[in-house]
Design a binder for this molecule. Structure first.
Ligand code: PFF
Length: 446
């Protein structure tokens, strides 16, 4: 029996806010731009957009549908639904691998949350003011080379996440999401405006939207697909858990469209804010995970009102990271709470501390453990690659296969409110295009 009380979201708007709070985070503002930079620009963006539309959308709908029908945590929901259609309970593995993925992702996500906290403080102390690219680069490398500092940032960030989840006040954040997310959007637009003054905006536009297909290969396509899953919080049971609180009257397709558009716009605008600065200062496009931390401070350090704008930006980025991190810890906590006699607070502590420990290993990869490699990757990169490129797409693949091939087709059609044509399109996309897309990407990357 689930200990969850199955309350429902008070409205469709509330649900959109919560789902957007999970989706929009470091994945959009930190990860997307550096992956575009690493992968050669517009060709990656194009594949990413295709993955969002043809794979991300159907998987998102599938996960919500499973959650809403199952009315339980992801593992139990999968197992109950499978049983209800005469299939083995082993389908619950989809829920369990999602929970494992959430745990692994949060460990390194929190390390970057810590960077964002440190940069919030650095903007207050005026550390960016008047700096050139070298000065900003030195600030960033100084942080990476200082395990104590990284540990402090990671620990504070995890404490915030643990504190919020332990009190079960996750839902209380909706109001904050409603005001702070738009504020973050406005700040990104201000930065795009700054980018226009650098004289390199056109170059950035071309880099992001004028594809050079020579840059495409199996690895780039796999990275784009992984990013589509990561940014939409798919393949981790999170959207399933959210779906379980969703009222019957909510239209899944329309809601998915709204969340996806918001998420995608934030990522693209973040790219448009960052690349003009890269070109204007002759920075490396493939700066990797440091990209936003070596570009945006340059802008803040050299524009009027930069101290206050920088402070606000990194505060809001930390907030966006927190709302995503909370959604990552929540399913892990629920899982521990259900399978052990521990209370809510006890479960949160166990899950939180375990995540923190793994995060410590991830942050040491930037300094003392930089030589420790797993299959050729340092611990941080290993966690990222394992989850984004493999675990999430595979789990999402099973979710869409389950909805498209295992559940009764007519019931799904009614639940999605589809007419004849809509049903045909849904069948084509959910049964063939999305699953085959994931499989082909996997095979071509090998
Ligand atoms: N979607 C979040 C982001 O883009 O930052 C990260 C994330 C949150 C991934 C929750 C997965 C997840 F379940």
């Amino acid at each position: 029996m689930s200990k969850l009380s199955h309350a429902q979201w008070s409205s469709r708007l509330t649900f959109i806010l919560a789902a957007t709070g999970s989706a929009v985070g470091l994945g959009n503002i930190w990860k997307f731009p550096y992956m575009v930079g690493d992968s050669g620009g517009a060709a990656f963006v194009l594949v990413y957009l295709l993955c969002i539309a043809l794979v991300g959308l159907p998987v998102l709908v599938a996960e919500w549908l499973i959650g809403r029908r199952g009315q339980n945590n992801p593992a139990n929901a999968m197992s109950d639904l499978a049983k209800s259609v005469g299939q083995p309970r082993i389908w619950m593995i989809v829920g369990i691998s999602g929970i494992l993925g959430a745990f692994l992702i949060l460990s390194f996500y929190s390390v970057i949350g810590g960077w964002s906290l440190y940069y919030t403080l650095s903007s207050v102390t005026g550390a960016f003011s008047g700096q050139d690219a070298d000065g900003i680069g030195a600030l960033f490398n100084g942080m990476l080379g200082n395990p104590g500092l990284l540990l402090l940032g990671h620990s504070v960030f995890m404490l915030l996440v643990i504190g919020i989840v332990a009190r079960g006040v996750t839902k209380g954040l909706e109001g904050a999401v409603r005001t702070l997310m738009p504020a973050l959007g406005v700040l990104l637009l201000v930065l795009v405006g700054y980018g226009m003054t650098t004289g390199h905006f056109g170059e950035a536009l071309g880099f992001m939207f004028n594809p050079d297909f020579g840059a495409l290969n199996g690895g780039v396509v796999l990275a784009a697909m992984g990013q589509a899953f990561f940014t939409l919080s798919l393949g981790m049971g999170i959207m399933m858990a959210y779906g379980s609180y969703l009222g019957k009257e909510v239209n899944l397709l329309k809601t998915a469209r709204t969340v996806i558009i918001l998420d995608t716009v934030v990522a693209l605008v973040a790219g448009l804010a960052i690349f003009p600065i890269v070109f204007a200062n002759g920075l490396d496009l493939d700066s990797g995970p440091g990209l936003i931390f070596v570009t945006l401070p340059l802008a803040f350090g050299n524009m009027g009102g930069g101290v206050i704008l920088g402070l606000m930006f990194f505060l809001l980025l930390t907030f966006a990271a927190l709302t995503s991190a909370i959604s990552l810890l929540e399913p892990v906590v629920e899982f521990v709470e259900e399978r052990t006699p521990l209370s809510r607070v006890g479960s949160t502590l166990v899950a939180g501390v375990a995540t923190w420990v793994l995060g410590v290993a991830a942050l040491l990869a930037f300094n003392v453990w930089s030589d420790v490699l797993i299959l050729g990757f340092n611990v941080f990169d290993f966690l990222d690659v394992l989850t984004s490129k493999y675990l999430l797409p595979l789990t999402g693949l099973m979710a869409i296969i389950f909805v498209a091939w295992v559940l009764d087709r007519e019931g799904v059609r009614q639940e999605l409110g589809l007419g004849d044509t809509g049903a045909k399109v849904w069948t084509l996309v959910s049964r063939f295009i999305a699953p085959l897309g994931v499989i082909v990407v996997f095979i071509s990357s090998l």
